[in-house]
Design a protein around this ligand. Structure first.
Ligand SMILES: CC(=O)N[C@@H](CC(=O)O)C(=O)O
Ligand SMILES: [Zn+2]
Length: 315
Protein backbone atom coordinates (compact mmCIF):
# COMPACT_ATOMS: atom_id res chain seq x y z
CA UNK A 1 0.00 0.00 0.00
CA UNK A 2 1.33 3.45 -0.87
CA UNK A 3 0.38 6.32 1.37
CA UNK A 4 -0.05 9.90 0.15
CA UNK A 5 3.56 10.75 0.85
CA UNK A 6 4.75 7.97 -1.47
CA UNK A 7 5.98 5.66 1.26
CA UNK A 8 4.95 2.04 1.11
CA UNK A 9 3.72 0.78 4.47
CA UNK A 10 4.05 -2.87 5.50
CA UNK A 11 3.14 -4.46 8.79
CA UNK A 12 5.92 -5.18 11.24
CA UNK A 13 7.66 -8.49 10.48
CA UNK A 14 6.97 -10.17 13.80
CA UNK A 15 6.97 -13.79 12.68
CA UNK A 16 9.97 -14.92 10.68
CA UNK A 17 11.04 -18.45 9.76
CA UNK A 18 14.33 -19.78 8.47
CA UNK A 19 13.84 -22.97 6.50
CA UNK A 20 16.63 -25.48 5.92
CA UNK A 21 16.46 -28.92 4.36
CA UNK A 22 13.80 -28.16 1.79
CA UNK A 23 16.28 -30.28 -0.16
CA UNK A 24 17.76 -32.93 2.10
CA UNK A 25 21.23 -32.96 0.52
CA UNK A 26 21.97 -29.21 0.70
CA UNK A 27 24.12 -29.28 3.77
CA UNK A 28 25.00 -25.70 4.75
CA UNK A 29 21.39 -24.63 5.20
CA UNK A 30 20.60 -27.82 7.11
CA UNK A 31 23.57 -27.42 9.46
CA UNK A 32 22.81 -23.74 10.12
CA UNK A 33 19.18 -24.46 10.93
CA UNK A 34 20.17 -27.35 13.21
CA UNK A 35 22.73 -25.15 14.93
CA UNK A 36 20.23 -22.31 15.45
CA UNK A 37 17.60 -24.76 16.72
CA UNK A 38 20.00 -25.73 19.54
CA UNK A 39 20.98 -22.13 20.28
CA UNK A 40 18.83 -19.32 18.99
CA UNK A 41 20.92 -16.42 20.36
CA UNK A 42 22.50 -15.62 17.00
CA UNK A 43 19.19 -15.24 15.20
CA UNK A 44 17.31 -13.41 17.95
CA UNK A 45 16.41 -9.79 17.33
CA UNK A 46 14.30 -7.44 19.46
CA UNK A 47 10.64 -7.56 18.55
CA UNK A 48 11.02 -10.51 16.16
CA UNK A 49 10.13 -14.15 16.66
CA UNK A 50 12.45 -16.18 14.43
CA UNK A 51 11.83 -19.88 14.00
CA UNK A 52 14.49 -22.16 12.50
CA UNK A 53 12.79 -25.15 10.86
CA UNK A 54 13.78 -28.28 8.93
CA UNK A 55 11.17 -28.60 6.19
CA UNK A 56 11.92 -32.07 4.81
CA UNK A 57 13.27 -34.18 7.70
CA UNK A 58 12.89 -37.51 5.86
CA UNK A 59 14.96 -36.28 2.95
CA UNK A 60 17.56 -34.87 5.38
CA UNK A 61 17.68 -38.26 7.11
CA UNK A 62 18.42 -39.96 3.79
CA UNK A 63 20.61 -37.10 2.53
CA UNK A 64 18.66 -36.98 -0.70
CA UNK A 65 16.92 -34.06 -2.46
CA UNK A 66 13.47 -35.53 -1.78
CA UNK A 67 11.72 -38.77 -0.96
CA UNK A 68 8.71 -38.85 -3.34
CA UNK A 69 8.61 -35.51 -5.10
CA UNK A 70 10.39 -32.13 -4.97
CA UNK A 71 9.07 -30.25 -1.90
CA UNK A 72 10.08 -26.94 -3.47
CA UNK A 73 7.56 -27.53 -6.28
CA UNK A 74 4.79 -28.88 -4.06
CA UNK A 75 3.06 -25.75 -2.74
CA UNK A 76 0.46 -25.56 -5.50
CA UNK A 77 -3.19 -24.71 -4.76
CA UNK A 78 -4.16 -28.26 -5.84
CA UNK A 79 -1.71 -29.94 -3.46
CA UNK A 80 -2.51 -27.65 -0.56
CA UNK A 81 -6.24 -28.27 -0.91
CA UNK A 82 -6.07 -32.02 -1.61
CA UNK A 83 -7.97 -34.11 0.95
CA UNK A 84 -5.45 -35.41 3.51
CA UNK A 85 -4.64 -39.03 2.77
CA UNK A 86 -1.83 -41.44 3.59
CA UNK A 87 -1.51 -42.25 -0.11
CA UNK A 88 -0.41 -38.72 -0.96
CA UNK A 89 3.32 -38.36 -1.74
CA UNK A 90 5.27 -37.63 1.47
CA UNK A 91 6.24 -34.12 0.32
CA UNK A 92 2.62 -33.23 -0.51
CA UNK A 93 1.58 -34.24 3.02
CA UNK A 94 4.51 -32.26 4.37
CA UNK A 95 3.57 -29.21 2.26
CA UNK A 96 0.10 -29.33 3.83
CA UNK A 97 1.61 -29.47 7.34
CA UNK A 98 3.99 -26.59 6.59
CA UNK A 99 1.13 -24.58 5.11
CA UNK A 100 -0.84 -25.08 8.32
CA UNK A 101 2.10 -24.08 10.52
CA UNK A 102 3.43 -21.10 8.54
CA UNK A 103 0.51 -20.11 6.31
CA UNK A 104 -2.08 -20.54 5.12
CA UNK A 105 -0.49 -19.30 1.92
CA UNK A 106 -2.06 -16.02 0.82
CA UNK A 107 -3.84 -15.40 4.14
CA UNK A 108 -3.45 -12.70 6.79
CA UNK A 109 -2.35 -15.44 9.21
CA UNK A 110 0.73 -16.39 7.20
CA UNK A 111 4.25 -15.78 8.51
CA UNK A 112 5.65 -12.39 7.57
CA UNK A 113 8.98 -13.55 6.19
CA UNK A 114 10.35 -16.97 5.27
CA UNK A 115 13.98 -17.41 4.33
CA UNK A 116 14.66 -20.69 2.57
CA UNK A 117 18.29 -21.82 2.62
CA UNK A 118 19.55 -23.73 -0.42
CA UNK A 119 22.89 -24.83 -1.80
CA UNK A 120 23.82 -25.32 -5.39
CA UNK A 121 26.58 -27.18 -7.21
CA UNK A 122 26.79 -24.14 -9.53
CA UNK A 123 29.32 -21.37 -9.06
CA UNK A 124 26.64 -18.81 -8.19
CA UNK A 125 28.17 -17.33 -5.06
CA UNK A 126 25.62 -15.99 -2.58
CA UNK A 127 22.42 -15.40 -4.50
CA UNK A 128 19.15 -14.02 -3.18
CA UNK A 129 16.04 -15.29 -4.97
CA UNK A 130 12.93 -13.12 -5.23
CA UNK A 131 9.54 -14.18 -6.55
CA UNK A 132 7.98 -10.76 -7.15
CA UNK A 133 9.23 -7.42 -8.44
CA UNK A 134 6.28 -5.76 -6.67
CA UNK A 135 7.31 -6.69 -3.12
CA UNK A 136 9.06 -3.53 -1.99
CA UNK A 137 9.80 -5.00 1.44
CA UNK A 138 12.00 -7.75 -0.02
CA UNK A 139 13.48 -5.34 -2.59
CA UNK A 140 14.55 -3.04 0.24
CA UNK A 141 15.88 -6.02 2.17
CA UNK A 142 18.09 -7.22 -0.67
CA UNK A 143 19.30 -3.66 -1.24
CA UNK A 144 20.30 -3.52 2.44
CA UNK A 145 22.05 -6.90 2.28
CA UNK A 146 23.94 -6.00 -0.91
CA UNK A 147 25.25 -2.80 0.71
CA UNK A 148 26.13 -4.58 3.94
CA UNK A 149 28.25 -7.28 2.33
CA UNK A 150 29.97 -5.06 -0.29
CA UNK A 151 32.60 -5.32 -1.72
CA UNK A 152 31.55 -8.98 -1.79
CA UNK A 153 28.79 -9.40 -4.32
CA UNK A 154 25.33 -10.78 -3.87
CA UNK A 155 23.40 -11.24 -7.11
CA UNK A 156 19.60 -11.19 -7.01
CA UNK A 157 17.72 -13.70 -9.13
CA UNK A 158 14.16 -12.66 -9.90
CA UNK A 159 11.97 -15.64 -10.71
CA UNK A 160 8.60 -14.30 -11.76
CA UNK A 161 8.54 -16.00 -15.17
CA UNK A 162 4.96 -17.10 -15.96
CA UNK A 163 6.02 -20.63 -16.97
CA UNK A 164 9.28 -21.18 -15.10
CA UNK A 165 8.10 -19.96 -11.70
CA UNK A 166 7.36 -22.80 -9.25
CA UNK A 167 5.50 -23.23 -5.97
CA UNK A 168 8.18 -22.98 -3.32
CA UNK A 169 8.15 -23.78 0.40
CA UNK A 170 8.83 -20.13 1.19
CA UNK A 171 5.85 -19.05 -0.92
CA UNK A 172 3.53 -19.57 2.08
CA UNK A 173 4.97 -16.37 3.62
CA UNK A 174 3.87 -12.81 2.89
CA UNK A 175 7.47 -12.02 1.96
CA UNK A 176 9.28 -15.07 0.58
CA UNK A 177 13.02 -14.98 -0.01
CA UNK A 178 15.40 -17.70 -1.12
CA UNK A 179 19.10 -17.84 -0.37
CA UNK A 180 21.10 -20.02 -2.77
CA UNK A 181 24.81 -20.40 -2.08
CA UNK A 182 27.38 -22.35 -4.05
CA UNK A 183 29.37 -24.06 -5.25
CA UNK A 184 28.87 -26.88 -2.79
CA UNK A 185 28.51 -30.52 -3.83
CA UNK A 186 25.37 -32.35 -2.74
CA UNK A 187 25.83 -34.00 0.67
CA UNK A 188 28.97 -31.96 1.38
CA UNK A 189 29.49 -29.20 3.93
CA UNK A 190 31.98 -26.48 2.96
CA UNK A 191 33.00 -23.95 5.61
CA UNK A 192 33.24 -21.02 3.18
CA UNK A 193 29.69 -21.64 1.94
CA UNK A 194 28.35 -22.14 5.47
CA UNK A 195 29.93 -18.84 6.60
CA UNK A 196 28.67 -16.88 3.57
CA UNK A 197 25.13 -18.04 4.28
CA UNK A 198 25.46 -17.19 7.92
CA UNK A 199 26.72 -13.65 7.14
CA UNK A 200 23.83 -12.95 4.78
CA UNK A 201 21.29 -14.16 7.33
CA UNK A 202 22.81 -11.85 9.94
CA UNK A 203 22.26 -8.81 7.71
CA UNK A 204 18.79 -9.96 6.70
CA UNK A 205 17.71 -10.22 10.35
CA UNK A 206 19.36 -6.87 11.17
CA UNK A 207 17.26 -5.31 8.40
CA UNK A 208 14.05 -6.73 9.88
CA UNK A 209 14.97 -5.43 13.33
CA UNK A 210 15.62 -1.91 11.96
CA UNK A 211 12.36 -2.00 10.01
CA UNK A 212 10.38 -3.08 13.07
CA UNK A 213 12.05 -0.33 15.11
CA UNK A 214 10.52 2.23 12.77
CA UNK A 215 13.44 3.05 10.47
CA UNK A 216 12.23 4.38 7.11
CA UNK A 217 14.13 3.11 4.10
CA UNK A 218 14.35 5.67 1.26
CA UNK A 219 13.57 4.81 -2.38
CA UNK A 220 16.39 2.92 -4.08
CA UNK A 221 17.16 0.89 -7.17
CA UNK A 222 18.06 -2.78 -7.18
CA UNK A 223 19.91 -4.60 -9.95
CA UNK A 224 18.40 -8.02 -10.56
CA UNK A 225 18.79 -10.90 -13.01
CA UNK A 226 15.37 -11.80 -14.35
CA UNK A 227 14.80 -15.48 -15.30
CA UNK A 228 14.34 -15.76 -19.04
CA UNK A 229 14.68 -19.26 -20.45
CA UNK A 230 15.53 -22.81 -19.43
CA UNK A 231 18.31 -24.34 -21.55
CA UNK A 232 18.43 -28.13 -21.76
CA UNK A 233 21.39 -30.31 -22.70
CA UNK A 234 21.41 -31.68 -26.24
CA UNK A 235 19.83 -35.14 -26.05
CA UNK A 236 19.43 -38.20 -28.27
CA UNK A 237 16.06 -39.73 -29.10
CA UNK A 238 16.22 -41.81 -25.90
CA UNK A 239 16.57 -38.66 -23.83
CA UNK A 240 20.22 -39.28 -22.94
CA UNK A 241 22.45 -36.23 -22.96
CA UNK A 242 24.90 -36.02 -25.86
CA UNK A 243 27.01 -33.08 -24.69
CA UNK A 244 28.39 -31.40 -21.58
CA UNK A 245 28.52 -27.80 -20.44
CA UNK A 246 31.41 -26.29 -22.41
CA UNK A 247 34.55 -25.60 -20.35
CA UNK A 248 34.35 -21.91 -21.32
CA UNK A 249 30.89 -21.72 -19.76
CA UNK A 250 31.42 -23.98 -16.74
CA UNK A 251 31.63 -21.93 -13.48
CA UNK A 252 30.87 -18.69 -15.36
CA UNK A 253 27.52 -18.01 -13.70
CA UNK A 254 26.44 -14.35 -14.03
CA UNK A 255 28.96 -13.65 -16.82
CA UNK A 256 27.58 -12.62 -20.23
CA UNK A 257 27.04 -15.36 -22.80
CA UNK A 258 27.14 -13.78 -26.24
CA UNK A 259 25.71 -15.10 -29.51
CA UNK A 260 28.30 -17.49 -30.94
CA UNK A 261 29.99 -18.20 -27.59
CA UNK A 262 30.67 -21.90 -26.80
CA UNK A 263 27.82 -23.43 -24.80
CA UNK A 264 28.09 -27.25 -24.97
CA UNK A 265 30.83 -29.69 -25.89
CA UNK A 266 29.89 -33.04 -27.42
CA UNK A 267 31.63 -36.22 -26.30
CA UNK A 268 33.57 -36.25 -29.60
CA UNK A 269 34.81 -32.72 -28.98
CA UNK A 270 32.48 -30.62 -31.11
CA UNK A 271 31.49 -27.19 -29.80
CA UNK A 272 27.85 -26.13 -29.80
CA UNK A 273 27.56 -22.33 -29.67
CA UNK A 274 24.87 -20.18 -28.11
CA UNK A 275 22.57 -19.06 -30.91
CA UNK A 276 20.44 -16.42 -29.21
CA UNK A 277 20.19 -12.96 -30.73
CA UNK A 278 21.60 -10.99 -27.81
CA UNK A 279 23.74 -11.54 -24.71
CA UNK A 280 22.24 -13.28 -21.69
CA UNK A 281 23.50 -13.98 -18.18
CA UNK A 282 23.42 -17.72 -17.46
CA UNK A 283 23.13 -19.08 -13.96
CA UNK A 284 22.51 -22.44 -12.24
CA UNK A 285 25.13 -23.70 -14.72
CA UNK A 286 25.48 -27.47 -14.37
CA UNK A 287 23.36 -27.72 -11.20
CA UNK A 288 23.33 -31.41 -10.26
CA UNK A 289 19.65 -31.42 -9.27
CA UNK A 290 18.56 -30.07 -12.63
CA UNK A 291 19.61 -32.98 -14.87
CA UNK A 292 16.25 -34.57 -14.05
CA UNK A 293 14.53 -31.28 -14.78
CA UNK A 294 16.06 -31.10 -18.27
CA UNK A 295 17.96 -27.96 -17.44
CA UNK A 296 21.66 -27.34 -18.07
CA UNK A 297 21.37 -23.70 -17.01
CA UNK A 298 18.89 -20.86 -16.99
CA UNK A 299 19.35 -17.63 -18.90
CA UNK A 300 18.63 -14.26 -17.30
CA UNK A 301 18.65 -10.61 -18.32
CA UNK A 302 19.82 -7.71 -16.21
CA UNK A 303 17.26 -5.24 -15.07
CA UNK A 304 17.12 -2.38 -12.57
CA UNK A 305 14.05 -2.32 -10.37
CA UNK A 306 12.81 0.73 -8.49
CA UNK A 307 12.03 0.09 -4.84
CA UNK A 308 9.67 2.48 -3.09
CA UNK A 309 10.46 3.95 0.28
CA UNK A 310 9.11 1.69 3.03
CA UNK A 311 8.30 1.93 6.70
CA UNK A 312 6.12 0.00 9.12
CA UNK A 313 2.40 0.61 9.36
CA UNK A 314 1.53 2.67 12.42
CA UNK A 315 -0.68 0.65 14.75
C1 LIG B 1 19.43 -26.17 -6.58
C2 LIG B 1 18.09 -25.81 -6.01
O1 LIG B 1 17.52 -26.59 -5.31
N1 LIG B 1 17.59 -24.62 -6.31
C3 LIG B 1 16.29 -24.17 -5.85
C4 LIG B 1 16.07 -22.75 -6.23
C5 LIG B 1 14.97 -22.10 -5.46
O2 LIG B 1 14.90 -22.29 -4.24
O3 LIG B 1 14.18 -21.36 -6.07
C6 LIG B 1 15.18 -25.07 -6.43
O4 LIG B 1 15.31 -25.50 -7.59
O5 LIG B 1 14.22 -25.34 -5.75
ZN1 LIG C 1 17.65 -26.55 -3.05
Amino acid sequence: MTSRCGVCCYNEAKRVAIFGGTHGNEMSGIMLVNMWSKNEAEIQRSGVMTKPFITNPRAVEKCTRYVDTDLNRAFTPENLSAPCADELPYEVQRAQEINKMFGPKGSANAYDVIFDLHNTTSNMGSTLILESSADHFTLQMVHYIKKAIAPASCPVLLNEHPLLKYSTSRSVAKHPIGLEVGPQPQGVLRSNIFESMRAIMKHALDFIELFNNGVEFPPCSVDVFRVQERMDYPRDTNGNITAMVHPNLQDCDWEPLNPGDPMFQTFDGRTIPYEGSSPVYPTFINEAAYYEKQQAFVTTRRETLAAYAIRKTEQ
